[in-house]
Design a binder for this molecule. Structure first.
Ligand code: TRP
Length: 337
């Protein structure tokens, strides 16, 4: 076996429901750029999964496939190292999902803590779309079809990984052979980034995100709107760093950790104004976002290139996922002509 073949396989993905933002950048994009050199990385544009709670808005999901793909390329995901594919064009995933549904009980689906809280959040109550309840099974199909062993996700996705591993063990037991490798979640070492208004959830609908093509003006506006310490009224007052959104962002983005620690100490002691700290953050964010925005603007001028990347990637993944499906059907002893 060559070294190339020994690289662990990664599957990761995003629901294309909106442009990506700084929360995605610290949570997943930044690490994907690094992982593509040491892993076989596949990224799924999970449009079929997005439809499980957007069935009234196919257009939004379709349009955002291109937006999110552009974001990937703009941050440095390299299509010669990472395969980017469109989920709804991988029909093997649907067949796998149907097979796996036979190995999962409805009670188990209803027990998934992420699904439970999402049902509450979306107000589905008794009107849960069946596709929504079953999406963890579809996600297990995604992961296993690629035989991924590493799945970089946020904390909220841990129940999906657990459920995937249950399905993997069940399928392997049925086949009598460990055809499917178990997978593990790879969590980002940075916690979830709050919205710039300090709300725990960053979302487009709350208008508290900083998108990856934010202009200098957008960045300035967002940083100025950030909450600091409400008791830090005068520059001389000692300030609190914990829970101070500006420092949360500096923790995530400031490349100079030593200077940042000095800054925190100074802020705690008193004598450091919010304006100075905000200026520093504004500079750092501009430096980070400017090249991404410029690259994004360039890419947007060449939609054919983005289409080619998606088509090529999807073709490769069709072959890969179909081959896993064939292997599983045969392992389970399904009818063959
Ligand atoms: N559920 C993931 C999210 O909402 C997206 C996703 C779909 C995914 N299929 C996947 C992530 C497979 C990792 C692996 O972010």
């Amino acid at each position: 076996m060559t070294v190339e073949n020994q690289r662990p396989i990664i599957l990761t993905g995003d629901r294309p429901t909106g442009q990506l933002h700084l929360g995605h950048f610290v949570g997943s994009l930044r690490s994907r750029v690094g992982l593509q050199d040491s892993h076989h990385q596949h990224i799924l544009l999970a449009d079929a999964q997005a439809l499980t709670d957007n069935a009234d808005n196919f257009e939004k999901v379709r349009k955002n496939i291109i937006e999110v793909a552009t974001d990937y390329l703009a941050v440095g995901i390299d299509p010669t190292k990472t395969t980017i594919c469109v989920q709804s064009h991988l029909s093997a995933l649907n067949e796998l999902t149907m097979l796996y549904l036979n190995f999962v009980t409805v009670a188990r689906l209803e027990r998934n803590p992420t699904i439970k809280s999402e049902i509450q959040m979306r107000g589905f109550e008794r009107d849960i779309p069946a596709g929504f309840l079953c999406y963890p099974v579809a996600q297990a199909a995604d992961i296993t079809a690629f035989k991924a062993t590493v799945v970089p996700v946020g904390e909220d996705q841990i129940p999906m990984i657990e459920q995937t591993n249950e399905i993997i063990r069940r399928v392997n037991r049925q086949i009598g052979n460990d055809i499917l490798p178990e997978c593990k979640a790879l969590l980002s070492n940075v916690g979830r980034l709050p919205g710039f208004d300090g709300k725990a959830k960053m979302s487009k609908s709350l208008g508290n995100t900083i998108v990856l093509n934010a202009t200098d003006k957008d960045i300035k506006k967002a940083v100025n709107a950030m909450y600091t310490d409400p008791n830090h009224l005068r520059i001389e007052d000692p300030g609190q760093v914990e829970g101070n959104v500006v420092f949360t962002y500096l923790d995530a983005f400031d490349p100079n950790k030593e200077e940042l620690e000095d800054l925190k100490a100074h802020y705690r002691r008193g004598g450091l104004g919010d304006g100075t700290v905000k200026k520093r953050l504004e500079g750092i964010l501009k430096e980070l976002i400017t090249p991404i925005r410029e690259r994004r603007n360039e890419l947007s001028k060449d939609p054919d290139y983005i289409m080619d990347v998606l088509q090529e990637g999807t073709k490769k993944c069709q072959i890969l996922t179909q081959s896993t499906l064939d292997e599983i059907k045969s392992g389970l002893g399904m009818f063959k002509f």
